[in-house]
Design a protein around this ligand. Structure first.
Ligand SMILES: [Fe+2]
Length: 325
């Protein structure tokens, strides 16, 4: 028997004992560096919006809590994820729609994309907050939440959740309340789970520019911790003409353009973006941002989860020295 044949024969004989040879898969399962299955991609809001509105006719108000277009990474068709460990979707709540309360283990954050700020709200454990474009609203793990839109305009937000992580751990639980059990919510003057856009935007203007990120801040809870144990959220300002140095990190990052126009080079692909577009930078893909106008980018990633596990890595390309003349 040749070596190859005798090895194959051996593999077959151990297979029925539920054993397998590590030497055949070692380099695949213990990679020398990340090889994400997700690929860099962009979702143009102007292209998606008509379909989102069409879903408003297909999916009734009663089902509005799940009227979401999942932003699905082309590397994971049918995978309900925008990257290996993070989920993103666009949710629409039309005027006159109110959802029942539910809760789940998965943590959520919402970055408001569209709305007139005239009444559409999210309630978390009975605390209601009005959704204005640019606001970040959190739904911590296992908190009851519902949405309503007593206003006159549709409200649309980017949903970010740690669903793939929770499912990886086989730790998902969810609970849906019937109409009569949905709790009353009260408008909160100082909500503990929302970050209005204006103060974050103002704070960015006072920050110095980093060569890779421009002026960038993480949204932090009053305790100084990330917005969730699994997901971190960030806001960054890129002045017109900014051309960032390449950066890579192991947290797959979802960007949503809050303001402005520019482009990002992700690995070797250039993505042009403008306000409300969403794009994803999978783990360890080098990214560099260029701003054609003053621009503000919201982003979220699984960085806190990786940091808690002690596995997060980043690499910033040092600013290149000026060419000698
Ligand atoms: Fe939910």
């Amino acid at each position: 028997m040749t070596t190859a044949t005798s090895r194959r024969d051996f593999y077959q004989r151990i297979a029925h004992l539920n054993a397998a040879p590590l030497w055949e898969v070692l380099s695949e399962i213990v990679g020398a560096q990340p090889h994400p299955g997700a690929i860099p991609a962009i979702w143009k809001y102007s292209e998606l919006r008509p379909f989102l509105m069409e879903s408003g006719e297909l999916i009734t108000a009663r089902e509005a809590e799940r009227r979401v277009l999942i932003l699905e990474n082309p590397g994971y068709p049918g995978g309900s994820r925008i990257a290996q460990s993070v989920y993103a979707g666009l949710q629409l709540v039309l005027p006159g729609e109110f959802t029942n309360s539910h809760r789940h283990v998965a943590s959520a954050l919402r970055f408001i994309i569209e709305g007139d700020g005239e009444g559409a709200y999210t309630a978390v454990d009975g605390e209601r907050v009005i959704m204005h474009p640019g606001d970040l609203i959190l739904t911590p793990t296992w908190t009851f939440h519902d949405h309503g839109n007593p206003g006159h305009s549709p409200v649309v937000w980017l949903d970010g959740l740690d669903i793939p992580l929770v499912n990886f751990f086989d730790s998902s639980f969810a609970e849906h309340l019937p109409d009569e059990a949905t709790q009353e919510s009260v408008l909160s003057e100082h909500p503990s789970f929302a970050f209005p856009f204006a103060p974050m935007r103002d704070a960015l203007r006072n920050k110095s520019l980093d060569a890779c990120h421009g002026a960038k801040m993480e949204y932090l809870n009053p305790t100084g911790a990330s917005v969730s144990k699994t997901l971190g959220a960030f806001l960054q300002f890129l002045p017109a003409g900014f051309s960032g140095a390449p950066y890579r990190s192991t947290d797959s990052t979802v960007y949503c353009v809050a303001e402005g126009r520019g482009s990002s080079l992700i690995s070797d692909q250039l993505f042009e973006w403008s306000a409300r577009d969403i794009f994803v930078v999978p783990s360890w893909c080098p990214v560099s941002h260029q701003a054609a106008e003053d621009s503000i980018l919201f982003s979220f990633s699984d960085r806190p989860a990786q940091q808690a596990l002690g596995i997060w890595r980043e690499h910033a390309t040092p600013a290149t020295a000026p060419h000698p003349h």
